[in-house]
Design a protein around this ligand. Sequence first.
Ligand SMILES: NC(=O)c1ccc[n+]([C@@H]2O[C@H](COP(=O)([O-])OP(=O)(O)OC[C@H]3O[C@@H](n4cnc5c(N)ncnc54)[C@H](O)[C@@H]3O)[C@@H](O)[C@H]2O)c1
Ligand SMILES: O=C(O)C(=O)C[C@]1(C(=O)O)C=C[C@@H](O)C=C1
Length: 359
Amino acid sequence: MKPLFGKVGVFGVGLLGGSVALGLKERFLAEEVHAYDQDPLALEKALFLGVADRVHTEVGPWVGELSLGILAAPVGALAELGKALAPWAHPESLWTDVGSVKAKVVAALEGLLPHYLGGHPMAGSERAGVENAHAGLLQNAVWVLTPTERTSPRAREGVRRLVEALGAYPLEVPPLLHDELVARISHLPYLLAVALNRLVAHSPHKDLLMFLAAGGFRDLTRVASGSPRMSRDMVVENKEALKEAIEELREVLLELEGLLDEPEGLLRAAEEAKRTRDSLPIVRRSLLPEMHDLVVQVPDRPGEIARIATALGEAGVNIKDIEVLTIREAAGALRLSFATREERERARRVLQEAGYRLP
Ligand SMILES: NC(=O)c1ccc[n+]([C@@H]2O[C@H](COP(=O)([O-])OP(=O)(O)OC[C@H]3O[C@@H](n4cnc5c(N)ncnc54)[C@H](O)[C@@H]3O)[C@@H](O)[C@H]2O)c1
Ligand SMILES: O=C(O)C(=O)C[C@]1(C(=O)O)C=C[C@@H](O)C=C1
């Protein structure tokens, strides 16, 4: 079975880079996953956790062997990283990034890297680092792609296939519009989370306030627990759009302050807020209980799924969910889900003993 991509490089192997790398490995999408990071500890963890096959502390000739490169360092580091990679990149290679800001990043990278298309998966977590990476993070996520008139058809097609193969939904939006939109739906909420925490941190009653924090404060401020460096870069690099959004918020807050003296008007605002919040599209992954997945490479022969199910059944391992990931001429891949980590590890042993290949 020939994977979709040859050697793939992930530059910055933290939460996002690690999750993309795991998706590539679990879905057999790359011949080999290479990781580069400025932090040697991140690379050590990536190897230990099976996130990458090969790791590098320096860019060099190995970059020229990649058919696809994904930049996943904080936004403020992406332009420099692109400059360092440009001399080594193969002229036919595909490039993308997962940065949370697009206009400046795209302007910097599209003249540097061969077949480049900017991207931004609208999924994440308040936990940083490769140790928190998992392929499910990107599953069913909307993944913004930001083509310009300079984007090659090869980049447009190749990066879209990557996103779809990782189980996400590509959505094309021009870079500047992307930045205006995420300023309101992602960056302003982050800044608000910082503001609410700041209010508490500077209060003379800080300890008591923390003790009283129930769901409201916790839900509204979760994103403040993410990587401060990543988030700082995100809001600073999008400061023009974000300042406009802050201005709009200032006006809304003043309006709501006024409505405190007009209960009927405030009720209408509260009802409108409820309608808006309740009509958010349901993202499947967030409603499912946590599952522990295993991907198995399966020869394309009659009876293989039955053989796997029987081997697991006889070992007393219960399969909670099953999905056919790829069907190719020679072989395909199955995703099996188990309720617990222990069951998944037992399943891994049973299937390895039965001669199946697992990543
Ligand atoms: N965290 C999220 O929720 C989220 C969601 C979507 C997109 N993003 C974007 O993904 C990118 C990575 O964020 P993350 O959440 O994975 O952060 P992270 O802190 O988990 O990982 C960042 C990694 O990049 C490495 N790094 C830093 N500077 C580097 C450089 N110059 N060269 C190579 N590696 C470098 C760090 O050592 C770290 O391993 C950012 O551009 C961010 O805007 C984040
Ligand atoms: O923590 C999460 O659940 C996120 O989705 C993180 C989040 C967001 O809040 O918008 C943060 C930054 C991004 O670039 C994308 C996603």
